[in-house]
Write a protein that binds this ligand. Sequence first.
Ligand code: HQG
Length: 181
Amino acid sequence: MNKNLISTSKFLSLILRHKPETIGMQLDADGWLDINSLIENANKRGNNISLELLHEVVAANDKQRFALSENGLRIRANQGHSLPDIDLRLLPTTPPNLLFHGTVAQFLPSIREQGLQKRSRNHVHLSSDQETATKVGMRRGKPVVLSIASADMHNAGYRFFLSANHVWLVDSVPIEFIEFP
Ligand code: HQG
């Protein structure tokens, strides 16, 4: 993604995951925003976004962070929200045997005590491959990848959701399902 696409993607993440009030807006209960109003409100506040640029960000996004509604009139983030009342209406899904979580060493003592917690987001994020988890961990320093016994966890009654961009979402991961490296 080029610089303009990256900064617009970051701006859209802010609006669609965390702080729509930055441009005086509120998301629908299932996370959608009307695209025309988004562009209008963003531009009113000095963010230079066109419909074309927004479509380019959605299509070119390295993680497919955003989705358009079927009629193309609305946009939402596929995952990563911190806004408490957003329900993406994802269906509980059976996970693979193992999933992965990328983190850093400084969090391990607390993770060993509490398991994985969602912290400021609405879910704990897990990946189906170690490479993605490594990249997630790298955002904070030297990555540490934890293996999660997701099938066992699912059998124990925990619900898993798969976002439209293939991120696995859970409410928490208790320590007994975490394998530390
Ligand atoms: C850690 C990015 C101490 C957890 C990525 C993580 C992802 C604990 C941090 C998405 C803990 C939360 C999410 C505990 C968890 N004690 N630390 N008990 N439990 N943690 O950013 O998973 O590029 O909310 O290990 O690719 O890092 O934005 O979660 O380090 O998919 O699209 O607390 O964000 O996607 O950090 O990243 P985050 P995450 P985007």
